[in-house]
Design a protein around this ligand. Structure first.
Ligand code: FAD
Ligand code: NAG
Length: 470
């Protein structure tokens, strides 16, 4: 007999919506809790920004801004890679934006339509914030109490068989520590603390002396979570830290109004120096430190007097409503988790959807959701707790062997296809079509080309293919 579970889904972004659809399809009873006033999560553009530009506030607090999109944002994946099975984004227009890489409104309208058509919209409770999730039954986790606060501010506790966490992970900024210089200063007068740190200065094996830290730097600092429009950077010299999809987009956008843009990136390698495609942008190594004279020093030895440092350095996993024995976030590793989804101790009744990144995200959200739904019903039984733990330890061991830091635990690339196919096998779905993986890898290459026109160029090429013109 298939088990029919009462399931609470936390969050109504892309992950929560597709999780709810798959749970319903599998015959479960579903309630989706969404703290904001609408579904769509990240894709609901929020013009507000956090009071602190680095987003160092309390992220459980009301008023903390969830959204991280900038006004001009267009998808970094083509439409073909952003649909759900039976409900594609390609070949249809949802908010009047038919472009191959549409703006954020188009994706939001797509998600709205998906929620309605799949019957999920009716299961979403808006303005319902989950405050705490705890297992009942002496740590055996037989059932789960979900405490949530509704629009009337009253806190209610409801009991479910299972909880699926879909609360997103692009809201709490990850900001690297940057330190002031030490070599030009008389030590004794500036020394405030001695901290061992292996990450941010070249003399990695030494004890590093913390002197005039970034906190004393007179310039502005902001994380991309709080970046919305380029105008505030007009005429400025801006250092953009990080070369992910957002870093590249934002550096390009700012270069049109800024005096100079300097990109600081770990893997800038053979591309150091002036970026040919722009008049006023340069590529550097990582920030080494802030010099005594206030200039930003880069790893390759050049330095610049900057007005602002803009961090496009990613986000931290943060689950303020979860306080569970043996489940931690350590250096951005959520663990232990079997295949990024199930904490072995609480499986299958507690699960996480959408933690891995660097893959075709919507596809992995859907496959993870199908797996959770089938694990809960008993159609896809999980290994024993011990075996799942052994698999987690093996994953960690392989990472260590390869010299990968903990914080890269949930990065799928370059083994992202293996992960998607492994999930598909669990639930009897076909493997990823080759054209999709090729399209994804091709997209990454184009993002990296730094070419402003990569999105529209793609479109022209597609049209040419369709019409047979050269
Ligand atoms: C700048 C940027 C650009 C991106 N571009 C792309 C792209 O081009 N293509 C792509 O595929 N992906 C892109 N992504 C990734 C994007 O995060 C995913 O597409 C997708 O939105 C993830 O959905 P999610 O449901 O996991 O999280 P979210 O969209 O963040 O949704 C989480 C939801 O949970 C709710 N929530 C959180 N905590 C609680 C609580 N305690 N109680 C109740 N509700 C809660 C939030 O309000 C939110 O609605 C981008 C992300 C960013 C930040
Ligand atoms: C999961 O839920 C089922 C049914 O409510 C329960 O029998 C089982 O013990 C739970 N599993 C764990 C590990 O808590």
């Amino acid at each position: 007999m298939r088990r029919r579970a009462e399931v609470a889904v936390v969050g109504a972004g892309a992950a929560g919506l597709v999780a709810a659809r798959e749970l319903l399809r599998e015959g479960h009873v579903v309630a989706v809790f969404e703290k904001s006033a609408r579904a769509g999560g990240t894709w609901a553009y929020d013009p507000r920004a956090d009071a602190d530009p680095l987003g160092r506030g309390d992220h459980g607090a009301p008023g903390a801004v969830h959204g991280s999109l900038y006004a001009s944002l267009r998808t970094n994946l083509p439409r073909q890679l952003m649909g759900f099975s039976g409900f594609p984004l390609a070949g249809r227009v949802f908010a009047g934006d038919p472009r191959a890489f549409p703006g954020h409104r188009e994706v939001l309208a797509f998600l709205d339509a998906f929620a309605v058509e799949s019957g999920v919209a009716a299961r979403v409770r808006l303005r319902a914030e989950v405050l705490r999730v705890r297992p009942l039954g002496l740590g055996q986790g037989e059932r789960w109490a979900v405490a949530w606060r509704g629009e009337d501010r009253e806190v209610v506790e409801e009991v479910f068989d299972a909880v699926v966490v879909c609360s997103g992970h692009c809201s709490v900024p990850l900001v690297p520590k940057i330190r002031g210089a030490i070599w030009s200063l008389p030590f004794s007068s500036h020394l405030t603390a001695v901290i061992p740190d292996k990450t941010s200065c070249s003399n990695a094996s030494m004890l590093v002396l913390w002197v005039t830290g970034i906190d004393q730097w007179p310039g502005k600092q902001i994380h991309s979570h709080n970046y919305r429009v380029p105008e505030p950077f007009r005429g400025q010299t801006v250092v953009v830290v990080g070369l992910g999809a957002s870093g590249i987009d934002i550096a390009r956008e700012i270069s049109h109004v800024a005096k100079e843009v300097h990109i600081a990136a770990r893997y800038s390698g053979d591309r150091l120096g002036k970026i040919e495609l722009y008049n006023n942008a340069w590529m550097h190594g990582e920030i080494e430190c802030i010099q005594d004279d206030g200039q930003v020093l880069f790893a390759e030895g050049s330095s610049v007097a900057a007005d602002t440092i803009l961090y496009c350095t990613g986000y931290r996993y943060h689950f303020p409503f979860l306080d569970l024995d043996g489940l931690t976030v350590d250096d951005n590793r959520v663990g232990p988790l079997y295949k990024h989804v199930f904490p072995p101790k609480y499986a299958p009744n507690l699960s996480f959807i959408g933690l891995p990144y660097k893959s075709i995200i919507f596809q992995s959200l859907e496959l993870e959701s199908k797996w959770v739904a089938a694990a809960l019903s008993g159609r896809a039984p999980l290994p024993s707790e011990e075996d799942m733990m052994a698999a987690v330890r093996e994953h960690y061991r392989r990472m260590e062997e390869a010299g990968k830091p903990k914080r890269h635990t949930h990065t799928l690339w370059p083994e992202w296809v293996e992960y998607l196919d492994w999930l598909a096998d669990q639930v009897g779905e076909p493997h990823l079509e080759a054209w999709k993986s090729e399209m994804y890898e091709e997209t990454l290459k184009r993002i990296w080309s730094l070419d402003e026109g990569y999105r529209d160029l793609w479109e022209e090429e597609e049209e040419n293919i369709a019409t047979g013109s050269p």
